[in-house]
Design a protein around this ligand. Structure first.
Ligand code: 6R9
Length: 645
């Protein structure tokens, strides 16, 4: 271990954190050697059950079957709200910080209860029952969490769709989950710009005849179109509702939500999470990983449209009775000081963000940071992609004043909660490493033959035993779940990431080993972008790869082959970019389009992405063997073209 790059646990954390190294080791050991005892204890201490489980787990990774706390009954909204009321009715549950720094709101647990109950009643009045799917397409406003919790109260399954997705992408998700109710807003507000959510919803709903109810929160008061009988103002529906609503009795294995995420092939998959195991792991990790203590103000900058927003803005913190900050805006508006000003304004103790934001703010210069105090901070977090050591050091020294340990948390939509992560009082840090497994998590590295790598080494990151927050199925397509996660290495969950384990047993994620990009921490399937590009009638073929990008981590590089007789032009480039934005959303817009007269293919017709990645990254010295290509000359053509970019 190189001492220069080791950041030992600060003394005061060693003494005061809930978990020190000895306790981490003891708990980890118990969690893997006696999982039933361990998880039963945790489930009792973190959650309130209406009926106890009869079996802790019944899981079989070979078959892709996972179940936890069998026959246990609980309600997520009761766990996140009602049970806190005796002690915390007047404590702030949600601090809402608007896009405009002059706007904020403090919602107590009592108010949260009343709001969620009103909406629960309104949804029930519109026919929503246990098991129904409700689509939530919202900006970052408190109503987004009311909507999630109201679904949970009913036992309905929410499917939150990120507000940056296009009408087309929204339509696909509404149809796939067979949602009959959509909750949205007139417009969102981000960085001073309006996002036409209702307009997008209208376009999507033109193709979703089964949606009978569209509930619209008035956020900006902007103009919207209205379809009588289908569209309802949120305010009108909830105004007359009582502030009490019965909570459904939900089985531990009843679904809580569907969240779409990108894979290496085809359309995004509806990852399905259930109730007991998911909530337990979200709550536990929120407490232990951030050393959350009573009274802490906690801020996760994610959007509720991503899993990080689900587990670490809404469910984890609220299950723990915490005060969670919800931010409507962007880190650079009105300027690059915004995050640090919000930290000072609300006395934030725990701050959790993504490397892409850290790199962008680092690029803006230290003055934006150092002119603020940030004295309230005690723990920092990072999530979404590997954090480069330079950004880590800056985050540590400049943002955290060399005082706050950084929790680099590796996990996925499918894992539900943190899997590899330090704990502030227990684990020494190495910049760029997500360090060690959380309780109950058994990571392994598998080599090309599917053998477990022993000791230090590199391989495909897999998990060899089920954990409570694990994906249960892909909505409507269990076979796809089995094929994606359990068939590559029978008996293991395959993460899609590569990783290295060093001599101290620390894990270093090396990135995706499949055709999934990670652009600004957002997952994107190359196949999705390619499908959008080939919709253009002048395009014959497209191949999309990632390339290193200073701020985004990865940028999107698209090679496009035109139909015979078509000519490349800037105009056509613009059309193609617009097409991708229309089909998926602005987050999928390629950074570079290169015209490719031909693509490097094997004789069997497979595109050699390895070569395209090298050209995109400008790593021309290490192209590797090109002799097996059907037409090796194509490569030189692409390289020459690249130089002309
Ligand atoms: C939570 C979330 C999952 C993919 C994952 C990996 C990458 C996430 C990371 C990280 C290195 C970290 N990833 N956290 N890579 N270090 N701390 O981001 O979920 O959107 O499903 O993305 O993100 O590649 O496989 P999701």
């Amino acid at each position: 271990m190189s001492e220069a790059n080791l950041y030992p646990v600060p003394e005061h954390f060693k003494k005061n954190a809930a978990i020190d190294l000895a306790r981490y080791k003891a708990m980890y050991e118990q969690s893997v050697n006696s999982p039933d005892t361990f998880w039963a204890e945790q489930a009792t201490s973190f959650l309130t059950w209406q009926q106890p489980w009869t079996q802790v787990t019944n899981s079989n990774l070979r078959k892709g079957e996972v179940a936890w706390f069998i026959n246990g009954k609980l309600n997520v909204s009761v766990n996140c709200i009602d049970r806190h009321l005796p002690a915390r009715a007047n404590q702030t549950a949600i601090i809402w910080e608007g896009d405009d720094p002059a706007e904020d709101q403090f919602i107590t647990y009592q108010e949260l209860h009343d709001q969620v109950c009103r909406l629960t009643n309104a949804l029930r009045e519109r026919g929503v029952k246990k098991g129904d799917r409700v689509c939530i397409y919202m900006p970052m406003i408190p109503e987004a969490s009311y909507a999630m919790l109201a679904c949970a109260r009913i036992g309905a399954i929410h499917s939150v769709v990120f507000g940056g997705f296009s009408p087309e992408a929204l339509k696909d998700r509404i149809q796939d989950a067979d949602c009959q109710v959509v909750i949205t807003a007139d417009e969102g507000l981000r960085g001073g710009k309006r996002v036409p959510l209702k307009k997008n919803t209208d376009i999507a709903l033109n193709h979703c005849p089964k949606v009978h109810t569209c509930i619209v929160v008035k956020r900006t008061g902007g103009d919207v179109q209205w379809r009588e009988g289908r569209d309802f103002w949120y305010e009108d529906l909830v105004a007359h509702q009582p502030s009490e609503a019965e909570s459904a009795i939900v089985d531990s294995e009843d679904p809580l939500f569907i969240l779409y995420t990108s894979g290496s092939t085809g359309k995004p998959k509806g990852v399905l999470h259930t109730t007991g195991g998911y909530l337990l792991q979200a709550a536990m990790t929120h407490k232990y990983v951030f050393d959350y203590q009573e009274g802490d103000i906690y801020w996760c900058t994610a959007d509720v449209g991503w899993v990080t927003g689900h587990s670490y803005i809404v469910y984890g913190p609220l299950a723990n009775g915490a005060t969670t900050l919800m931010f409507e805006g962007v880190p650079t508006y009105p300027d690059a000081s915004r995050c640090w000003q919000v930290i000072d304004k609300h006395g934030v103790n725990i701050f959790y963000t993504a490397p892409t934001a850290i790199r962008a703010l680092m690029g803006a210069g230290n003055d934006y940071v150092t002119k603020t105090s940030r004295a309230s901070l005690k723990v920092l977090g990072s999530v979404g992609e590997p954090i480069n050591p330079e950004a880590w050091e800056w985050y540590y020294r400049v943002v955290g004043d060399s005082r706050c340990p950084i929790m680099d948390t590796w996990w996925q939509t499918e894992t539900g909660a943190h899997m590899l992560t330090p704990l502030p009082g227990a684990i020494d840090l190495k910049p760029g490493s997500a360090t060690v497994p959380f309780f109950g998590v058994q990571p392994v590295l598998l080599d090309a033959d599917g053998k477990e790598v022993v000791g230090a080494g590199e391989g495909n990151l897999c998990i060899k035993a089920a954990w409570p927050g694990q994906i249960r199925t892909v909505f409507g397509d269990h076979q796809r779940c089995v094929d994606t996660y359990y068939s590559t290495y029978p008996g293991y969950y395959f993460t899609g990431d590569g990783a290295r384990r060093d001599a101290d047993g620390y894990y270093w994620i090396t990135g995706r080993v499949d055709d999934v990009l990670n652009v600004s921490g957002h997952r994107m399937g190359t196949a999705e972008v390619e499908s959008a590009l080939v919709l253009h009638d002048k395009v014959a073929e497209a191949a999309v790869v990632g390339y290193p990008h200073d701020i985004k981590g990865q940028g999107i590089y698209a090679y496009v082959t035109l139909m015979a007789g078509e000519q490349p032009s800037d105009e056509l480039k613009k059309e193609l970019l617009a097409l991708v934005v229309k089909e998926i959303g602005a987050i999928a817009r390629p950074d570079i389009i290169q015209w490719a007269p031909g693509l490097p293919k094997t004789r069997s017709g497979k595109i050699m992405r390895r070569i395209l990645r090298k050209i995109a990254a400008n790593e021309l010295d290490s192209l590797g063997d090109t002799s097996t290509l059907a037409d090796p000359a194509v490569v030189n053509e692409l390289i020459d073209n690249r130089a002309n970019q």
